[in-house]
Design a protein around this ligand. Structure first.
Ligand code: PSV
Ligand code: MN
Length: 409
């Protein structure tokens, strides 16, 4: 890790402008591209093989929000934090919300956890036992109320519901239970709230999951109404899936609600954004930017990170991930859309691909450094954070107390 040479930034950005034109508007858009970070990625996490404790790990919701505030302080673009209930449950959510504001952030998406309670072994909303289905609905309704209390407009739903063996459940009946439960929740939401429906094709259920893919999430969201949309978690697809195509399709249907950003190599690995597949991340952002540029495309997309920080120091990994999003977003903003459209219309495959590569291969690091300096931030957020001594400080202050373990991503 080397510090950016401040004297080299101006000329590097000028060179970039020589190739891509004036970048003032691009810089504005980068400054306004916000990424939400998840409270659960700051707590101790791990795998089914074990949880590794990290020094200074936050012990409760307040300390997780404090750490999220630090990520915002160094990046300038992570002003909200998603919470998971009951992991982040507190007596007084107004007080938690006030505390978040003091840390420079606000509470974002509310994520009900209906997958850990013993009652949910055979499902939550799709359980055959009506009293368990009701319990899950009530838990989610409580999250709607929390959302209202903290002025959050996002209810983000993921279900572990599914079966492990053929014959274990009736697919069609479970589908109807799911719709019924979602509808009860949907009807209780205020108009300002959006329901984001997340899908995942396996884990912890190994045979089938009740919301296995984007088509099922899309179908439920259509049955429910305009306030229901699909959430795309990048780790929740079979290997090789063309996620950018799904993204474009959902945008065109005004059904893309948001993302859980992360990366994967094998399964739902929950490793840091763009650590393995930066080109995929770029291609996803390319679709998003194309839609931002299209006056006919509607939509309000929530960009949220959902990762499991098991090995790297958590705050550093989060800063890296926010920067990784910014990097691919910045590259996507450089795509010459006119040239691309022309090449596509003319069937010029090589020129079309080269147009994307032109932007993807550009080094946008000096541009991001300049953006940060204009925002009054250090151009090198990871280094600046390391130099701040925050990790050592919280390691001392939070020493000895066992952190509250959460499941990452
Ligand atoms: C499930 O794998 C998931 O992606 C959901 O978003 C959960 O809320 C999150 O991870 C944390 O377990
Ligand atoms: Mn997720």
């Amino acid at each position: 890790m080397k510090r950016t040479d401040p004297n080299a930034i101006g000329s590097a950005v000028q060179t970039l402008e020589g190739r891509f034109g004036k970048l003032d508007r691009v810089k504005e858009r980068i400054k306004n591209h916000h990424i939400e970070t998840p409270s659960w990625a700051y707590g101790d996490s791990g795998t089914r093989f074990g949880v590794f404790r990290q020094p200074g790990v936050p012990r409760n919701a307040y300390e997780r929000i404090e750490d999220a505030g630090v990520v915002h302080q160094y990046t300038g673009v992570a002003p909200s934090v998603a919470v998971h209930i009951p992991w982040d449950k507190v007596e007084d959510f107004n007080a938690l919300s006030d505390y978040a504001r003091e840390q420079g952030v606000r509470i974002g998406a509310i994520n009900p956890n209906v997958f850990q309670d013993q009652d949910y072994k055979l499902g939550s909303l799709t359980n055959e036992d009506p009293s368990i289905r009701r319990k899950a609905v009530d838990q989610i309704l409580e999250c709607v109320e929390i959302g209202k209390a903290v002025n959050s407009h996002l209810l983000s739903l993921w279900f572990a519901d599914g079966t492990n063996y053929p014959g274990q459940g009736d697919f069609r009946r479970r589908k109807r239970y799911m719709l019924e439960g979602l509808k009860t929740v949907y009807d209780a939401m205020p108009q300002s709230m959006r329901m984001l429906i997340e899908y995942k094709f396996f884990e912890p259920a190994w045979y089938h999951t009740d919301l296995a893919d984007w088509g099922m999430a899309y179908s439920f969201s259509r049955r429910l109404g305009e306030q229901a949309q699909v959430l795309v978690d990048l780790g929740h697809h079979p290997l090789g899936t063309n996620i950018e195509h799904i993204v474009a399709f959902l945008i065109d249907e005004n059904k893309l609600g948001g993302f859980h950003l992360n990366d994967k190599k094998y399964a739902d690995d929950d490793v840091s954004v763009a650590s393995f597949n930066p080109y995929q991340m770029f291609l996803i952002y390319n679709e998003l930017v194309a839609a931002e540029d299209d006056p006919e495309a509607r939509g309000d997309v929530a960009y949220m990170i959902d990762q499991s920080h098991n090995i790297k120091p958590k705050i550093e990994e989060m800063i890296q991930s926010v920067v990784a999003c910014q990097t691919q977003y910045a590259k996507a903003l450089l795509v010459d859309r006119e040239a691309l459209a022309e090449a596509q219309k003319n069937g010029d495959v090589v020129r079309a691909e080269e147009t994307l590569q032109d932007a993807y291969q550009a080094d946008v690091r000096p541009l991001l450094a300049q953006v940060r300096m204009e925002m009054g931030l250090d151009p090198d957020p990871v280094i600046a954070f390391r130099e701040s001594g925050y990790s050592e400080k919280v390691a001392r202050e939070r020493e000895g107390a066992a952190g509250q373990a959460t499941l990452g991503g």
